[in-house]
Design a protein around this ligand. Structure first.
Ligand code: GRG
Length: 286
């Protein structure tokens, strides 16, 4: 089976769990539940929860207990996208080729759907019974992670970006949640400190490459593929890798990071699936 097929199967498994763990649209408040489900089931790749499950399995874990915390990460990802698309932030009309949550449900419901996804995520994390993973996620998405990166990103619009600034934004806004995903998977599997350190290093490098490739695709992809208008980063004056280094150099840097990511994993483990995911992410740029 190739990596695309493996990711599809793993993604479907995540979808089944998400469906089971989320409130149904017939439960009140229906509008809120509809909006939450609309965004969660809009066709994401499920990369982050898949990484959490794989990191757990990498440590030898075989139980289903990993799925609720892994799904919690996807709910957080969905919340961040809903809020990111709001008029007060990026003001986007399309996401994954579909109208954004606020375009369908209105701003207030979209805002609250994001909040409720965040809340449900922490309920699922807490129910896993390990305080350390709750703390880990809170840190990964707080002021020194996702939210902090989003603020830095907004404040850097239309100023001349430096490599240091872009790295800082990309690491916090994108890589931090990817690191958090593998970290909680490994922690759920009772990994050693050394294992957690090396898989986190893998995810950091791969997560940075992932965002660089996202920057590249904003220029090179076609609209149908990207699911939103191309060139929106340039239009918004965003701090991106291509804005500093140009397309070719950005692709080269992504390639170097993917190599470094793979090297971060220990020799005495079966890392094949993580190598394949890293290569798959790089291939999206070409
Ligand atoms: C509002 C707190 C808050 C944070 C927003 C997620 C985000 C931060 C901004 C969205 C824009 C952006 C470029 C985010 C970087 C992360 C990223 C590349 C998201 C898209 O992730 P994929 O490709 O999406 O995994 P799918 O659609 O597959 O789920």
């Amino acid at each position: 089976m190739n990596i695309v097929e493996i990711l599809k199967i793993k993604g479907r498994e995540i979808d089944l769990w998400l469906d089971k763990l989320m409130p149904t649209p017939d439960q009140p408040p229906q509008k809120l539940h509809e909006a939450m489900r609309y965004s969660v089931f809009a066709g994401g790749k499920r990369l982050r929860p898949i990484l959490a499950v794989l990191a757990y399995e990498w440590t030898g874990g075989i139980k289903e207990i990993i799925y609720p915390p892994a799904c919690a990460i996807e709910l957080i990802h969905a919340y961040s996208l809903i809020h990111d698309d709001l008029p007060g932030m990026d003001n986007d009309d399309l996401r994954r080729g579909k109208p954004t949550c606020h375009k369908v449900f209105g701003e207030a419901i979209a805002l609250l759907a994001g909040d409720a996804l965040h809340d449900l995520a922490f309920e699922l994390l807490a129910m896993a019974g390990k305080t350390d993973i709750v703390v880990e996620v809170a840190k990964g998405i707080g002021t020194s992670g996702l939210v902090g990166g989003q603020v830095d990103d907004m404040l850097s619009e239309n100023i001349k970006p430096t490599a240091e600034l872009v790295d800082n934004i990309h690491i916090k806004k994108t890589a931090a949640l990817i690191v958090t995903s593998v970290k909680i998977g490994a922690m759920m599997g009772e990994a050693t400190i050394e294992e957690i350190t090396s898989i986190s290093e893998y995810a950091l490098k791969m997560g940075l490459a992932f965002q660089i490739i996202d920057d590249i695709l904003d220029i090179t992809a076609d609209e149908q593929h990207l699911g939103k208008p191309i060139g929106s980063d340039i239009e918004k004056g965003k701090a991106t890798y291509p804005a500093i280094f140009g397309l070719n150099e950005s692709k080269k840097k992504a390639g170097e990071l993917i190599k470094e990511a793979k090297l971060a994993l220990p020799d005495n483990r079966d890392n094949e699936i993580f190598y394949e995911i890293a290569d798959f992410i790089l291939k999206r740029a070409y």
